[in-house]
Design a protein around this ligand. Structure first.
Ligand SMILES: [Fe+2]
Ligand SMILES: [Fe+2]
Length: 252
């Protein structure tokens, strides 16, 4: 049974427990140099909601941790802000650095290896395209729609707001049922590298690419879990309470 991280633990210790939490901390705007401060002290100092921070960190640290109940009380704005920052990280940091390494690998391989190595690049390009499309759809349609839902709900839904919601021609239940698994291609990509990579002198580079792919996969799974276990159920409740039914002509 994995430990549950609480507010009294030192922030520095958190990183020693799981260094993969570092990018998660960065998404909250946190940088190294925590000294002896506890999670609660750092959160207060940086004006971060401690409960929300702990739920995200525990969800990431332990796959069996169920964030639903606690995060149900958090505002949708806060959850979406975190999810958007994760999107930025996936595209601007992770995909970029993996792409650079794959290009370097292609450049350094011999002429007999080039075909197989080029296949990795093709797979990566396809995966990147798919992930960017998924993120774009969420940033431009799904999240604004859910924010509007919450706004309408809090402000005691006016007909004007309800019309605006209907105009989206979109529904959370549809999004939930079609929330595509963007990790399938990532799984294929990892497999190609592990099984079919030609013998190469670039062992370190290859390992580095794989480590980053595994890390990205874990981060994405965690992200998806927050979307599916926290955001979607919350939005579905609001949709039902507002009596919104946008089930037709949905393009997701
Ligand atoms: Fe997402
Ligand atoms: Fe998603």
């Amino acid at each position: 049974m994995q430990m549950v991280i609480n507010k009294n633990i030192k922030m520095a210790e958190l990183i020693l427990i799981n260094y993969q939490l570092l990018p998660v901390l960065n998404r909250f705007g946190l940088r190294l140099g925590f000294g002896e401060k506890t999670v609660e002290q750092v959160c207060k100092l940086e004006e971060i909601d401690t409960v929300f921070f702990l739920e995200i960190v525990n969800t990431f640290n332990n796959e069996n941790y169920l964030p639903e109940n606690h995060l149900q009380n958090q505002s949708i704005d806060l959850i979406i802000d975190y999810l958007k920052k994760s999107h930025d990280f996936f595209i601007d940091v992770k995909l970029n650095s993996i792409e650079k390494m794959i290009s370097e690998f292609v450049q350094k391989c011999s002429s007999t290896q080039v075909q197989k190595v080029a296949l990795i690049k093709t797979f990566f390009d396809e995966y990147k395209k798919e992930l960017i499309a998924h993120i774009y759809q969420e940033n431009s349609v799904v999240y604004p729609y859910i924010i509007l839902l919450e706004k309408t709900y809090i402000s005691n839904s006016t007909d004007k707001n309800k019309n605006e919601i209907q105009n989206y021609n979109f529904s959370v239940s549809q999004y939930a049922s079609e929330h595509s698994d963007v990790e399938e291609k990532l799984f294929d990509l990892k497999n190609i590298i592990i099984k079919y990579i030609p013998r190469t002198e670039q062992t370190d580079l290859c390992n580095h690419i794989l480590f980053d792919l595994f890390e990205l996969e874990k981060d994405l799974k965690n992200h998806q879990r927050i979307e599916e276990k926290v955001l979607i159920p919350k939005a579905l409740i609001i949709e039902t309470e507002l009596g919104i039914k946008n089930y037709e002509n949905i393009n997701f």
